[in-house]
Design a protein. Structure first.
Length: 174
């Protein structure tokens, strides 16, 4: 799979990095970091780092054939731009391509509480088939550490992309 990870906010940006690192080397991984994230990254195997102003990058085109994209964290600014069809940077352009190509797009908004405007934008996007999946915990997994909580969220996002994983304890009904 060709997977795009966008990081559009500084708070919680580690979830985007951890999601990227949890993907196996069999995936082609692209990372887009907004100017506001201010994260210094080491280039890893099979990761293509894009600056958010590089609107000409491969992931800005439907012909590239990306399979899925997640934006985590997704700032309300980025979410609103996507909801309004504004594609003024590489993250929003790649998201726009995912929508037009009917591909998996997951947005993980992290700013709570959600304002009525943000909720309206989320409903609009959800009706278009975009998956709104904030980093939320489930208590049945009995996570006790921050790493276990993050693994739960990352595992759920991978499930949404149909990527097999064993990052969290699944509900057994018992």
């Amino acid at each position: 799979m060709k997977i795009i990870v966008g990081i559009s906010g500084a708070s919680g940006a580690n979830l985007g990095i951890k999601f990227l690192n949890a993907l196996s080397a069999e995936h082609t991984k692209h990372l887009i970091v907004s100017e506001n994230a201010h994260i210094v990254l080491e280039k890893e195997e099979n990761v293509h780092l894009h600056q958010n102003h590089e609107i000409w990058a491969s992931v800005a085109s439907g012909s590239y054939g990306a399979d899925a994209m997640i934006i985590t964290p997704c700032s309300m600014n980025t979410l609103a731009k996507i909801a309004c069809g504004i594609a003024d940077n590489l993250i929003t352009r790649a998201a726009s391509v995912m929508i037009k190509e009917g591909k998996i797009l997951i947005l993980a908004p992290r700013e709570i509480p959600f304002s009525p405007i943000a909720l309206e934008n989320m409903v609009k996007l959800s009706r278009l088939g975009i998956i709104i999946a904030p980093p939320a915990l489930a208590y049945y997994g009995e996570q006790t550490t921050l790493e276990e909580m993050e693994n739960f969220m990352i595992g759920k996002w991978m499930d949404l992309m149909k990527i097999e994983n064993t990052l969290y304890k699944r509900w057994s009904g018992e």
